[in-house]
Ligand binder design. Sequence first.
Ligand code: HPA
Length: 237
Amino acid sequence: MTIHIGAQKGEIAETVLMPGDPYRAKWAAETFLQDAKLVNDVRGMLGFTGTWKGNPVTIQGSGMGMPSLSIYANELIRDYGTKTLIRIGSCGGMQENVKIRDVILAMTATTLSTPSRGILKELNFAPCADWGLLQAAAQAAAAKGTPTHVGGIYSSDVFYDERPDLNEQMMRHGILGVEMEAAELYILAARHNCRALAVLTVSDHLLTGEALPSSERESSFGEMVEIALQAAFPNVE
Ligand code: HPA
């Protein structure tokens, strides 16, 4: 047990999928894993462990924002030996060719700051995805026929952003979408010699103001879970 995760040692898999929403963790575990068992409910941040095609997998909520994700990712890596962490979440689209429901595989994540700012100080570290996971996810998405974009995203600290000029600069520099967690996940993975990737569905659009209807959120989310699982275990039939 750790401060924020109630699982016993051995109850968390080496591969962890991390949705922001703990109820999405429950839905994904019940829908895609065999023998899914609740392993964490501290603070309602649900985590489940089961198997996918015989491979142990944990699906653990991260909460919203980098400080929350950092707590769970740190404890998973340091205390439970997790090696592969895949964020499955939503993002706001930032380019015209990026449409609602499309999937974005985040190759890099630009930020103003992350919880690691304290140790990186003046360094502008470049958080990037694990190449093997990224390549496998791109192949899985292509095989499914899911419209998918691979490129840079923006990990912001604010959902209600009062600095439109920052979003404008991001768009001008080709950033595909905005979310709030991936950059710190990538930095922690780099620090601890782990693999990380963020697989994101475009749930709303900053240019058009469109939003994914709630009735469609589940099916889009499901596609992302399958891409993440196939990326983690690319050689499994
Ligand atoms: N901004 C930040 N995070 C998000 C957004 C957004 O528009 N959509 C989904 N996550």
